[in-house]
Design a protein around this ligand. Structure first.
Ligand SMILES: *Cc1c(COP(=O)(O)O)cnc(C)c1O
Length: 830
């Protein structure tokens, strides 16, 4: 991970080492920070002290461009984008910031002069995990791309004291421990104690007669807490523009009730503080399942309200008139988590700014846009009406009124349609206890509703939003996800980056389309050898980590077969484990065949309450224990489950992957972004025609990807027919043997029943069609083996994967949002 000179070169290239005077300035600055910010001297400073000092010194370099970016936005009256997301899976920021500022080598030299190793400091930084998985990582990639494209933007979210839990594997089981990313301070952020907003909850609504016969509604809340801002500057590539990630922390208005305290009630004196601050205490640890608790709704309203108050304050201070909001502001709702903002903006406009309902509705709809992330009915957010009435009584009234006008228009435009159509497009669910459908509220309150891959956007029109789509056929559009190449290529894979600069020219750093030049040379022996060597070096680094962390030895020359993502039934880690067992049994049956050596690498967290997912982790670990200690397969097969998957671990695994497992049940993965990261780094994909896999196939071509399994339509047909598991198992001797081994206790000696819930699910339920896809998957894996045996073919495919996935840059995605949804200009780098 050394020598990132190419990354520090100015746009247009030319190898330039860091100028000595610049190194000198940075060295002095780091020393000054160590002394005056950290309060230590170099002789006794720990690595953490050095990290804090370095981060502060680097942060200084963002402040002037940050202020300049803000000034220019004001001066030019530019439209701003606000990205509201309950999750930001940020990861570490040191190399991100250094790389984008072009300071990596300068800081490396400066620290070297001080006897400090920059690469060691890198691992000291906590991994900020204010998100669960793909959705939160997308938000993090997007704010970086918005800065890169010089779009004036804020990311708004919650500053959780505790991010996603730390995963420890004990005896093969997942255990959850709290994550403490703030415990040693967070040098990137600026606390803004003066930027606070009141957030109200509960109470009642009073109807007040107004002169002229109108009625006004006055909310008398029962409880008010404060949102305090913390700002992290986000610098774009080449340091041209700096945006702000503003995260809200909750604080009690009256932290200590002195009267109670003085009467000796020391605990009671603090209850308000504890209740208020619970809001930003912890991230809800779920992924693709709803977190239906009351505290979650409090979080959603808390951050939506604080963000709206903040942006409206900024807007009215600049432009005076709230009516110009849609011309100067675009708000993107990342999933339905911030959807309550639709009702909150209506409340602010109608109740506080005295704007008529119709005009307020027009302003609201022109300002908001909504991104949908899931089609799974069980994952769509709904809130019970009684809870909403109790916690947000005025918002509930407003939602009723939005719905009344909406249904009135539907009746007028579609008079012949049955009541079932009305109830399907209604914001209120009447069937299973009355609930508010947040997806419907977001859809109706926005001018744009987008899916995150072509397939997903098409499916939205025929599933969750089928009827709303009939009402508003223009509204649904597609914005296929992307990833920031700065993190997922330049920082995580400097060796490959250097090769790409050599092969495609330095322009490749600014324009991913330039990667295409690699395709023309994909069959050149020298190019292939270089790619193979880079991958091998990355695999050695990963093998070391596996040895150090897990005391397992893996062969870097084996095929590294990687499935890293949240553990979820629809992502089908189980399918991969079953195939692993089948391969293991085949190897034992014929130990002397010319098997392609493989290392199966798994990583991912299961939601703490998700029994089946946790049992899947246990099975992976039990299979690993048996396989890894079996002398019969020795170096041919190894299985590792790497604990505590997070952004930093992803950055180490991805550059070392040969094969990328993207094997979700077709129709269930909205897009995926792990698939893009892995393909960019030269892994070949084995996958279903799901999410963005479809578009990856379109870009790399059928010969450079291993597609298997049922399509979306076939999944629907199979489910409609029913009873597929029995047939699939009956027709597959391989699968029967695998299930028999698990059920016979082969991987759980002394506890045959350990995996009964997994195997029982497969035999009698199998909602995710693992059994139906098993044989097709096994066959696809054998095609992988065949290609792996033909090294030239493999490395040509690998090169083509890297060459052809430039389109999946989040810069492309963000430029599409800017053009089609936000109506803001972008300033491309190249
Ligand atoms: C990219 C990423 C994800 C999303 O992975 P998928 O394979 O798309 O589900 C989740 N977690 C982390 C840490 C990531 O970097």
């Amino acid at each position: 991970m050394n020598d990132s000179t190419v990354l520090d070169a100015p746009a247009g290239g030319g190898p330039v080492g860091p100028p000595p005077d610049r190194v000198d300035v940075i060295r002095k600055s780091i020393l000054a920070k160590l002394t005056y910010v950290v309060g230590k001297n170099p002789a006794t400073a720990s690595e953490r002290d050095w990290f804090i000092a370095t981060a502060h010194a680097v942060r200084d370099h963002m402040v002037d461009p940050w202020i300049a970016s803000s000034r220019a936005t004001y001066a030019e009256g530019r439209k701003r984008v606000y990205y509201l997301s309950l999750e930001f899976l940020i990861g570490r920021l040191l190399f991100d910031t250094l790389g984008n500022l072009g300071l990596t080598d300068t800081v490396r030299s400066a620290l070297g002069d001080l006897g400090v190793d920059l690469d060691k400091l890198r691992t000291v930084e906590p991994d900020a995990a204010l998100g669960n998985g793909g959705l939160g990582r997308l938000a993090a990639c997007f704010i970086e791309s918005m800065a890169t494209l010089s779009i004036p933007a804020y990311g708004y979210g919650i500053r959780y004291d505790h991010g996603l839990f730390r995963q420890v594997i004990k005896g093969g089981w997942q255990q959850e421990y709290p994550e403490d990313w703030l415990s040693f301070g967070y040098p990137w952020q600026f606390e803004r104690p003066e930027v606070t907003y009141d957030i109200a909850f509960g109470g009642s609504v009073e109807a007040v007669a107004w002169p002229g016969g109108a009625t006004r509604y006055v909310w008398h809340p029962a409880e008010t807490i404060e949102a305090v801002a913390y700002d992290t500057p986000v610098v774009g590539w080449r340091g041209r523009h700096v945006n702000t990630l503003r995260l809200w922390s909750a604080r009690a208005m009256d932290p200590l009730r002195l009267d109670a305290f003085n009467q000796g009630d020391h605990v009671g004196a603090l209850v308000e503080q504890v209740k208020a601050e619970a809001i930003s205490k912890v991230l809800y640890p779920s992924d693709a399942t709803p977190a239906g608790q009351e505290l979650r709704l409090r979080q959603e309203y808390f951050f939506a309200s604080a963000s709206l108050q903040d942006l409206i304050y900024r807007h009215t201070r600049t432009y005076g008139d709230i009516r110009s909001l849609p011309d100067k502001v675009a708000i993107q709702l990342n999933d339905t988590h911030p959807a309550i903002a639709v009702a909150e903006l209506m409340r602010i406009l109608v109740d506080l700014k005295d704007i008529s309902w119709d005009e307020a509705w027009d302003i609201t709809r022109r300002t908001f846009a909504y991104t949908n992330h899931t089609l799974m009915p069980e994952a769509l957010e709904t809130w019970p009406v009684p809870l909403m009435e109790r916690m947000l009584p005025r918002h509930m009234q407003i939602i009723y009124l939005i719905n009344a006008y909406h249904l009135e228009a539907v009746r007028k435009d579609f008079p012949q349609d049955p009541d079932s159509f009305l109830s399907s497009v209604s914001i209120i669910e009447e069937n299973h206890g009355r609930r508010v459908k947040m997806g419907h509220l977001a859809f109706i309150g926005s001018h744009s509703v987008n899916g995150v891959s072509a397939l997903h956007s098409d499916l939205m029109k025929v599933t969750v939003f089928r009827d709303l789509h009939r009402l508003h056929p223009e509204r649904i559009n597609n914005k296929t996800n992307g990833i920031t190449f700065r993190r997922w290529l330049y920082q995580s894979n400097p060796g490959l980056t250097r090769a790409l600069v050599d092969i495609c020219g330095p322009r490749v750093l600014d324009d991913p389309a330039a990667l295409g030049a690699l395709a023309d040379r994909a069959t050149e022996a020298a190019v292939q050898q270089r790619l193979e060597q880079i991958k091998h070096d990355n695999k050695i680094a990963l093998a070391r980590l596996i040895r150090d962390r897990m005391e397992t030895r893996v062969n870097p020359s084996a095929l590294f077969d990687v499935q890293i993502k949240r553990i979820h039934e629809y992502k089908r880690q189980l399918l991969n484990i079953l195939e692993t067992i089948a391969l293991y049994q085949a190897m034992r049956a014929q130990p002397h065949r010319d098997w392609a050596p493989r290392v199966k690498i798994f990583a991912g967290k299961a939601a703490a309450s998700y029994h089946i997912a946790k049992l899947t982790i246990k099975l992976a670990n039990d299979v690993a224990a048996v396989v890894n200690s079996d002398p019969m397969v020795r170096d041919l097969l190894k299985v590792v489950f790497m604990p505590n998957y997070n952004v930093s671990l992803a950055e180490t695994i991805i550059p070392a992957a040969d094969l990328s497992e993207q094997i979700s049940t077709a129709g269930m993965e909205a897009s995926g972004t792990g698939n893009m990261k892995l393909a960019l780094n030269g892994a070949l994909t084995i996958g279903t025609l799901d999410g963005a896999n479809v578009e990856i196939r379109d870009h790399v071509g059928d010969d450079n990807i291993f597609i298997f399994g049922l399509t979306t339509d076939q999944v629907a047909e199979t489910r409609a027919r029913g009873n597929w598991a029995e047939a699939a198992i009956g027709n597959s001797p391989l699968l029967s043997d695998v299930l028999a081994a698990i059920e016979g206790g082969f991987f759980s000696p002394g506890e045959k029943d350990r995996f009964r819930d997994l195997t029982g699910n497969l035999r009698y339920h199998d909602h995710f069609l693992v059994t139906a896809d098993f044989d097709s998957y096994f066959a696809a894996q054998r095609r992988v083996d065949a290609k792996w045996a033909d090294k030239r073919a493999w490395w040509a495919s690998s090169a083509i994967n890297t060459a052809k996935v430039g389109w999946f840059s989040s810069d492309r995605t963000i430029a599409e949002y800017a053009r089609d949804i936000w109506d803001v200009p972008v300033r491309p780098i190249a």
